[in-house]
Design a protein around this ligand. Structure first.
Ligand code: NAD
Length: 292
C-alpha cells in the first residue's frame, strides 16, 4: 500500500468498466483519483461511488481526442491534488469491426483517434509533469489481447492495440531513467459495455444509417461473448498486483497464453526460413543496433 498511498492517479475513461475498476482498486490503495471521461452521467455516478468509499476523487468531463481537454484536466488535477504520479490511458472504443470494405474511413478515424491518439495526447500531457517533479511514477496503457494477436474482422481495433503495446515497450525503456514504470494491460473479454461503444461516438465521426444498423447487429452478437467475460472488478485488483511486481505486460487471461505462443512460433519459424535463405547470409552475423 505504501508505494501508492497519498499519490495521485489520472484515469481516462474512468467513469465505468475497466477504468472504473482500476480507479476503485487504486483508491483502495490510498491514491487520489482523477477520472476523465466523455460521459457526464456515468462520471457523476463514479465520483459519488468513490466519494462514498472515502476516496479523494475529482471527475473531469473530457474527450481524449482533444489535447486541450487533456491540458485542462491536468491543470485541474494539479490544483486539487498537487503532483500527478500515475497515468492510466484506458479510454477506448470497440469500433471498426467488419471486412476491409465494411470499415469506413470515419470508423478508422474514430477508433484511431480515441484508442491511439488519445493515448498519445494523454502521455504527452501527463508524462512531462511526472518527469518534472522527479518523484517517479507509473504509466499504464490499456491495450488488449488484440495487441498481442491480430483479431479477424477487427482491423482498426487491432491496429490501435498493437500500436499501444509497441509504444509501451518503447516508453518502458525510455522512461526508466525517470523512474516511471510502464505497463501495458492486455485483457481478453471483460464484462463491460465495450460492445456498446457507439454510445460514445462523437458528432464528428458519425456515419451512414445502414452502418448504424450493422453496428447494432455486431453489438448484439458481442453481448454473449462479453457476458461470459471476466468480472470487471477483478481487473483493477490484478492491475494493482502486477504493477506492484513491476510487470511490463499485464495479463488477465492466462488461458490465452497458447494463442500468443502460436503467433510467436509462426514468427520464429519465419525467422528460421529467413536464416536459411542464401540471399541473407551476409546479414546473419551483423550487430543489432537501435533495439536495446
Ligand atoms: N471489455 C473488454 O472485453 C476489453 C478487452 C480488452 C481491452 N479492453 C479495453 O479496455 C478499455 C476500457 O474499455 P471497457 O471495456 O471498460 O469499455 P466501456 O465502454 O465499459 O468503458 C469505456 C469508458 O471510456 C469512456 N470513453 C469512451 N470514449 C471516450 C473519449 N473519447 N474520451 C474520454 N472517455 C471516453 C466511456 O465513456 C467509458 O466510461 C478500452 O481501451 C478497451 O479497448 C476492453
Amino acid at each position: 500500500m505504501a508505494e501508492f498511498q497519498g499519490k495521485t492517479a489520472v484515469i481516462s475513461g474512468g467513469a465505468e468498466g475497466i477504468g472504473f475498476s482500476i480507479a476503485r482498486a487504486m483508491g483502495a490503495q490510498g491514491m487520489n483519483i482523477v477520472l476523465g471521461d466523455i460521459d457526464p452521467v456515468q462520471l457523476e455516478k463514479a465520483v459519488a461511488t468513490l466519494t462514498a468509499q472515502d476516496v479523494p476523487v475529482l471527475g473531469v468531463v473530457m474527450d481524449v481526442t482533444q489535447p486541450a481537454q487533456w491540458q485542462a484536466l491536468a491543470r485541474q488535477a494539479s490544483e486539487r491534488f498537487g503532483n500527478i504520479h500515475m497515468l492510466v490511458n484506458n479510454a477506448g472504443v470497440g469500433g471498426g469491426t467488419g471486412t476491409v470494405e465494411q470499415i469506413s474511413e470515419r470508423d478508422w478515424r474514430w477508433v484511431l483517434d480515441v484508442n491511439l491518439m488519445g493515448v498519445i495526447y494523454g502521455t504527452q500531457t501527463v508524462v512531462p509533469l511526472i518527469k518534472q517533479h522527479g518523484e517517479g511514477g507509473w504509466l499504464i496503457n490499456v491495450a488488449s489481447m488484440a495487441g498481442m494477436v491480430g483479431v479477424p474482422y477487427a482491423g482498426a481495433y487491432t491496429a490501435t492495440k498493437v500500436a499501444v503495446v509497441g509504444m509501451s515497450e518503447s516508453w518502458f525503456a525510455e522512461l526508466q531513467p525517470h523512474h516511471i514504470k510502464v505497463s501495458v494491460l492486455c485483457p481478453a473479454f471483460v464484462q463491460t459495455r465495450i460492445n456498446l461503444s457507439e454510445r460514445n461516438r462523437q458528432a464528428g465521426y458519425q456515419h451512414a444509417e445502414d452502418a448504424t444498423e450493422q453496428d447494432a447487429a455486431i453489438a448484439a452478437r458481442m453481448q454473449a461473448i462479453i457476458d461470459n467475460g471476466l468480472a470487471v472488478d477483478v481487473v483493477g485488483e490484478r492491475v494493482v498486483e502486477a504493477v506492484r511486481q513491476g510487470e511490463l505486460y499485464i495479463f488477465t487471461h492466462p488461458n490465452y497464453r497458447k494463442v500468443v505462443q502460436q503467433r510467436y512460433q509462426a514468427i520464429d519459424d519465419a525467422f528460421a526460413r529467413a536464416a536459411d535463405s542464401p540471399l541473407l547470409a551476409s546479414v546473419l552475423d551483423e550487430d543489432i543496433v537501435g533495439f536495446t
